[in-house]
Each structure stands twice: as C-alpha cells, then as structure tokens.
Design a protein around this ligand. Structure first.
Ligand code: AMP
Length: 577
C-alpha cells in the first residue's frame, strides 16, 4: 500500500500520460498546498482504503439495490479492480462512465480507481454527438454503461447497445463494461459484466494486484476527467488530480462539520462533480454513509427517510422537496440541508428551516471552486449568499468583466478563483485556456457575483452569468454548441439559443431561428438533433421563427432582448405565474 509513498515533490517524476496536454499546478503552489497539509500524498484509491481501514463496519453506501460497509466495498473493489487490470486495461487508461445513481456505481467508481484507470464522467443522457467527441478527445479505452436503461428516465436508451455501437470502428475504445446486469442476464458479445470481474481471485491476490498498481501512481497524476458545462463550443475536459480532488471533498465535508455518524443523501447525477465531491468522496473523508437515490422524489424521499439521512444536497430540480408528502418523515432526521444551483427564495428557505435543520447554500463547479455558507452564518447570510470558499487557501476575487480590475465590495463583476483544487487549465484546450484565466492563473468562472460583508464574513452572492449557457435543472446546455448544430439544418440560416424561465427546471432552451423561407418547426428541430445524436436535454423546447435575430446597436446578438421577449410570451400564455 502506498500510504507512505512519497509525493511528487520528493522524487523525480517520470513524464506521465496526459502531462503534455494539461496545465500543471506551479511547483511552488504544489509545495505550499502540501506544506499546509491540504494536499496529501495518497491516490484517491489509497485514500478510500485508509477510510475503509478506519471505519470497516460502518455503512459506506446505501441505495435501492442494497448496502455495503466500508470493508465490503473495499474488498469488492479490490476484486473488480484487479479484474479490470486482468482485461488488459492499463493504469492511466481513460474509461467513459455512463451510468445512473445506484449501488453498483460506487462499486465501479472505486474499482476503476483501484485499477489505476481514469474515469471520464459523462452523463447517462449523453448520446453519440457527445460521447464520440469526448471519447476521441481523451482517447477512451473503455466505456462503462448500465444495463436495462431502455425507457428509464435519465438514460432512456439501451446504453449497452449504444456503447457497442460507439466502440465499432473506434480507434481506442476496446472495452464495453456493463454494471447492474442481473447475474443470469445474457450480455451481447463484446460486453463484459463488471460485477463478475476478478471472481476467480482470492482477496489477498486481488489486494496485492491493486496495491501494486497504486504504488505506480502519483498523487498528482490525473485521476478523473470531469466535463465542463460552461465553456464555448463542445464541452471541455477538466483533469482532476488525486490529491487535489480528495482535498476538494475533504474541505466540503469539513465546511459542513460532518462526522462518521452522518448519513448523506444525494439525488442528482452522482458521476458528476457534485456527486463525487459532495457525495462519494466527501463521505469517505469522514467515514460517513452515502444514501444514494435517483432524482424522482417519490422514491428518493422515502429511502432517505428510512435511512435516517442527516444531511442532504438538493439541486434546483429538488427545490420543491419540502412540499412533497414524504418530506416530513425525512425532515425529522435532517440536521443539514444544502441548496445549490439557483437562487433560494424566502419561502423555500423558511420551509426547510421550519423543521429545525440548518439550511445553507453551495456554489460548486466541476472546474473546482466550492463556496459554502458557514455553519455559524446568520439566516440572512445563508439565504442570500452562497457563502465563503471551503479552503483557507482559496483566493476569490470579483473582477470587472474582461479586465483584471477588482470591483469594490457590493458591486457585481466576474467571479474568479485560484486555489488548491481549482484547475489551472482545461485538457488539450490551449485556445480556451488563453481566455479562461487571468494573468496570475485565476480561473474566470463566467459567473457574475458580488462580495457581501455579513456577520464578519466576506460572502459571495451570485448575480447572474456571462457565459452563454442554459442551466436546465442543473444540466448545462452550451448555447454555442447547440447553435452550431442548428445551423447544420438545411433550412436554418441563423440561430440563437436563449434561456426561457421554467418554474421547475429554472431554465429551458428556446431557439430563435431565421430560415431560408421554409418554415422550421420545433418537431423539425428535434428530429434534426435526434439525427445528429445530440442528448435530449439539449434540444430546444420552443422555436421562435423571426425575420432577423435581435441585435444591439453595435450589431451584437441581443440575447437579453430575445430572452425577455420569450419570457413575456410565456407570461401571456399563462405558463409562468
Ligand atoms: P457544474 O460544473 O456543472 O457543477 O456547474 C457549475 C455552474 O453551475 C457554475 O459555474 C454556476 O453557473 C452554476 N451554479 C453552481 N452552483 C450555483 C449556485 N448555488 N447558484 C447559482 N448558480 C450555481
């Protein structure tokens, strides 16, 4: 085991896979974060192993499919991890992960890490357009999908057949791995049942194999690729490294004061940054239990209540949870409720607080920066701001957009951050990196924010965004990506995707189109995007045909005007209250 293996600052590091196409943390920052005790020297898998040794008999994860203690999860992931290595997948190989929230997802996560593989966090909702782009960009060697997803919400298609199709003719995708298939299920040729891997290995052999793999890794190697929701064009890859990624989760758990007795509910997609950093990894940093559910409140809330969940993260799609009839049974156990993803209304805050729980907010992004309202913050601070950075080493500034000039407290500008778990560059994206960072390496989040000084805290309030995306219940839709796809339609001449307000999801996409004279309907647009293999959540949900797109006086697209127009129409149509 590599608990004592020295970190990269202590030895000459061989050049690692990905090194030539990623932007490393500067050596002096690495040294400072390590000296301050923020970054450890273990890999993610070794951190999990250490947690399992501290808390063997505690529940690590509970889901509708069952439960696993830390010791059981550790042993099972040794076996599957060794089995993955036995397939010929080598440390550093990227594996696309396209699964929903279930027990086996956590098993798969740690098994991949133990095999030294690099999970690439995609969404179950992604289709050929996204998966082909990502798998080529990263050179994916494997594709892990879930069995039996056909017709299910969140995935909706037969992901096993989809993965086999994607692998066909692909230069690197050689392994289709399937989780959640019943033992008796016959899988198509070319697909391997994940849970069976390593079945022939005794526990000691399996452990020895994964231990040897971990000893060959470095705490500052790329451990995981997350996807960016908020850049231009197609999604960019965010390389997350072992030590900094674990620290991100540890700092979040500390900010909320969790202990090993906490039982932490998670309903939003778990193989996404929030799921990993606020769920899977964060619970393990303190030996708490992850109560993993799907997003449907009807099934999620009863499970969370039955498991006596003490802390839960509600994304915007779940802001109505307190109105659900199953909520009071859960509220009895809740100590901490974290709201994230959109503005929190007074009514929502009051409804959650009425049951006695501490209510707060999280601002988080796959690129890094986490802000959480402090435990000792007043109700006003916790309702009106997203709080303060989770790490003392986070450096947060609000800059006048497009400049490096800090705006005074209280004024709105672009939120920018540099710190011990915020990326220094997207993977293989030089052009994008040139504009996404300040000259001192702070990441320009694309979010508008202001510093509010409250109860002695310099808390951040989110005031909008600069980046051109639509936040559809937490799923980010990149406007430019969809516009380029719309322009590929034979009759579309100009296209602009704008956000229209939605009471449940927050925002949905509305396409403003100029055509060559042939009318294009919403159905046409959707059929077009289906044909291009674009994930359904990105499809526009309304089309406005216009003679010309609205422009400002200087000729720039005026998306604000278009968004205001469609919001007005929805109001008139009675769609919005
Ligand atoms: P992701 O990387 O998918 O987690 O998305 C990160 C983005 O979600 C941020 O840059 C914000 O635009 C948005 N976001 C996250 N948390 C919040 C929040 N509490 N309030 C408003 N927007 C948020």
């Amino acid at each position: 085991m590599s608990t004592t293996h020295p970190g990269p600052t202590h030895r000459t590091r061989p050049t690692r896979r990905y090194d030539d196409r990623r932007v490393p943390f500067p050596p002096e920052a690495v040294a400072a974060y390590r000296d301050a005790g923020l970054w450890g020297t273990r890999t993610l898998a070794d951190e999990f192993r250490a947690a399992a040794e501290r808390h063997p008999d505690r529940d690590a994860v509970v889901a509708a499919e069952g439960r696993l203690t830390y010791a059981a999860l550790d042993a099972a992931t040794d076996r599957i991890g060794a089995g993955l290595a036995g397939l010929g997948l080598a440390p550093g190989d990227p594996v696309l992960v396209q699964v929903t929230n279930r027990l086996e997802t956590v098993l798969a996560w740690y098994a991949l890490l133990k095999a030294g593989l690099v999970p690439v966090a995609t969404l179950a909702a992604h289709r050929g357009h996204e998966i082909a782009h990502i798998s080529w960009a990263v050179g994916a060697r494997g594709h892990l999908v879930e069995h039996g997803t056909h017709g299910r919400s969140g995935a909706g298609t037969d992901l096993v057949a989809f993965a086999l199709e994607q692998a066909d003719g692909h230069p690197t995708l050689g392994h289709v791995l399937v989780l959640g298939a019943p033992a008796a299920a016959a899988l198509p040729a070319g697909a391997v049942r994940l849970e069976d891997l390593g079945a022939d290995l005794d526990p000691a052999t399996a452990r020895a194999r994964v231990t040897a793999i971990q000893e060959g890794l470095d705490a500052d190697d790329v451990a995981v690729f997350q996807l960016s929701g908020g850049t231009t064009g197609v999604p960019k890859l965010i390389p997350r490294q072992h030590a900094e990624y674990w620290y991100n989760a540890r700092a979040y758990a500390e900010a909320l004061g969790w202990t090993a007795d906490d039982r932490v509910g998670h309903l939003i997609p778990v193989v996404h940054n929030a799921g990993i950093s606020c769920g899977v990894h964060a619970v393990a940093t303190v030996g708490a239990c992850l109560v993993l559910t799907g997003h449907d409140l009807d099934t999620a809330l009863p499970l969370l209540a039955a498991e006596r969940t003490t802390s839960v993260l509600f994304g915007h799609v779940h802001y109505r949870a307190p109105e659900h009839p199953a909520y009071p049974a859960l509220a009895r156990h809740l100590r901490i409720v974290v709201l994230s993803g959109a503005k929190v209304s007074e009514e929502l805050f009051a409804a959650v607080a009425a049951d006695g729980a501490w209510v707060g907010q999280l601002f988080g992004m796959a690129e890094g920066l986490f802000l959480v309202t402090p435990l000792d913050g007043s109700a006003e601070l916790r309702r009106t701001t997203v709080g303060v950075p989770v790490s003392p080493a986070d450096e947060v500034v609000v800059l006048a957009p497009g400049t490096e000039d800090e705006v005074p407290d209280g004024e709105v500008g672009e939120l920018c951050a540099r710190g011990p778990y915020t990326l220094r560059g997207y993977y293989a994206a030089e052009e994008r990196n040139a504009e996404a960072f300040t000259s001192t390496g702070a990441y320009r989040t694309g979010d508008l924010a202001a510093i509010r000084v409250l109860d002695g805290h310099r808390a951040v309030s989110i005031e909008g965004r600069i980046k051109d995306l639509i936040n559809r219940g937490g799923e980010k839709i990149n406007a430019e990506e969809v516009e380029l796809l719309l322009l590929a339609h034979p009759h579309v001449v100009e296209a602009a995707l704008v956000a229209m307000p939605d009471p449940r999801l927050g925002e949905r996409g509305c396409a403003y189109l100029v055509t060559d004279g042939v009318p294009v309907t919403l159905e046409d647009v959707r059929a077009h995007l289906r044909g291009l293999g674009v994930a359904t959540f990105k499809w526009p949900e309304r089309v406005e045909l216009v003679a010309a797109l609205a422009r400002t006086r200087v000729g720039k697209l005026d998306k604000k005007a278009m968004a205001a127009e469609v919001a007005g129409k929805l109001q008139e149509e009675g769609v919005l209250a």
